[in-house]
Write a protein that binds this ligand. Structure first.
Ligand code: NAP
Length: 438
């Protein structure tokens, strides 16, 4: 018998559990440990609430959690309730699937002013992440700016632009829905330090901006290279550029009061304001031979009382786990960190790719585990029973997948009409549903 612990219950964790469960069958027990009583990580806290079809992938993870040989162990924080060394003493292999929840810093003056938030915080706020439920982003101003040209920047901009009615069917949390409805936002500037050809946005997500009830995209035709240059783009990127070109060729709808302004070749130099963010000083850029943005010396002002930096994420380091400072994830060789320690997903390769990218990633690492300790072999470890004993000794109340089902039902029961659920945003509320001390 082999015992495996997966730390983190997001997509990477679940795909790895799925692969290990298939590979090992009755020859292994797999525990998916999460610091929260609610599973699914990025699916619950990261994927946009108006993209319910993406969130539906959690149904597949449900099946994994319901497999006889897999357990969800919630409400256990690795690092404080149990250390990595503690886990490797109990399990044959420990797989870190802790994602990349930390916002990368802009590294410019003024980024700590009130009103400047990282996309992780903003996304966590509207998705009911306990750490960000109290973020209270300033939405009283008419101008907001989003820094970055990736899909997360698009998510943030779209959420700012939507009306209450457009959130029908979504699971945006009530506090965010109410605040966004009261917001005064009229102009959302999306700042990209490079040009349209260099965006990291995908066509489906970009196309949505053309169909918003109250907002029109604004793109400058002069920002594009000659149309022949599009031929060299890979097909997905060409589709995105076509959408941007269409936006540029279309007048903003005068009946819609909000504008989503794509400001390309725009590098933020500093954020200024009297005790809070009021404006971004931006430098116009051009591309050098290698396609990097270089400043031209020309600067201008973009007004913004809310600045969301959506420029990527990093994995928080863990004591005793080798870390790649440059890339912001664990140091690993194809997912292997050391004899018993592995990592998957964004904790392995950084914050890129779609949810589905984590599937081959998890399967590949499971394959490595299988090679190192073939099904049928025995490591003599105590596994989940050992963890249960250790947690009991430390007074930690672990929660199960059935507990999550109870929380899920309570969230569904309190949903507003048309919404699948209203999330509890405090861990103490999850425990209250379970009738346990928070
Ligand atoms: P991303 O795709 O890596 O985009 C980051 C953006 O930030 C890039 O445009 C980058 O520009 C810019 N940037 C980085 N450092 C900067 C700086 N110092 N100043 C100004 N701009 C800077 O990251 P992401 O948007 O966080 O998305 C993470 C992953 O999740 C991606 O793979 C994304 O596709 C995926 N995702 C998918 C969906 C979906 O499918 N619906 C939704 C959300 C996220 P440069 O190119 O110039 O570096």
């Amino acid at each position: 018998m082999r015992h495996f612990a997966i730390v983190g219950s997001g997509p990477a964790g679940f795909y790895t559990a799925e692969a290990l469960a298939k590979d090992f069958g009755e020859n292994a027990r797999i525990d998916i440990i999460d610091r929260y009583a609610v599973p699914y990580g990025l699916i619950r806290f990261g994927v946009a609430p108006d993209h319910q079809s993406l969130k539906a992938v959690s149904k597949r993870y449900d099946k994994v959690a319901e497999t006889e040989t897999v357990r969800f162990v919630g409400n256990v924080t690795v690092g404080s309730d149990v250390t990595i060394d503690g886990l490797t003493a109990l399990y044959d292999a420990v797989i870190l699937a802790t994602g990349a929840p930390h916002d990368r810093k802009l590294g410019i003056p003024g980024e700590d002013l009130p009103g400047v938030v990282g996309s992780g915080g903003f996304v966590g706020w509207y998705n009911g992440h306990p750490d960000f439920a109290g973020l209270d982003p300033p939405l009283d101003g008419t101008h907001a700016a989003v820094i970055g040209n990736g899909n997360v920047a698009l998510d943030c901009a779209r959420i700012l632009a939507k009306t209450r009615a457009e959130f029908e069917g979504s699971d945006i949390v009530g506090h965010a829905l109410d605040a966004l409805e009261r917001a005064g936002t009229r102009t959302i500037t999306i700042l990209g330090r490079r040009g349209p050809h260099q965006i990291a946005m995908t066509p489906k997500e970009l196309g949505e901006l053309g169909h918003l009830d109250q907002a029109s995209p604004v793109v400058e035709a002069a920002d594009f290279p000659p149309i022949e240059a599009d031929d060299a783009l890979e097909p997905g990127q060409r589709k995105s550029i076509n959408i941007l070109r269409e936006f540029a060729a279309t007048q903003p709808d005068p009946a819609k009061p909000k504008r989503m302004v794509f400001d390309f070749f725009a590098k933020p130099l500093r954020i200024e304001g009297d005790g809070r963010a009021e404006r971004i000083i931006v430098e116009r850029t051009r591309l050098d031979q290698e396609g990097r943005a270089v400043g031209t010396g020309e600067t201008y002002v973009v007004p913004a009382s809310l600045v969301i930096s959506a420029i990527g994420y990093s994995t928080p380091p863990m004591p005793g786990v080798p870390y790649d400072d440059k890339h912001g994830h664990f140091l690993n060789d194809h997912g292997q960190i050391s004899d018993q320690l592995y990592c998957v997903g964004w904790a392995r390769r950084g914050p890129t790719g779609t949810i589905g990218t984590n599937r081959p990633d998890g399967y590949e690492v499971a394959e490595q585990v299988k090679t190192a300790m073939p099904p049928g072999s025995d490591g003599g470890k105590p596994g989940g029973e050992g963890l249960a004993a250790l947690l009991a000794e430390r007074g930690v109340e672990a929660t199960s997948f059935d507990d999550w089902r109870s929380i899920e039902q309570a969230e569904e029961a309190q949903a507003r009409p048309g919404s699948p659920r209203e999330k509890f945003v405090n861990p103490s509320d999850w425990m209250k549903v379970l009738g346990r001390p928070g």
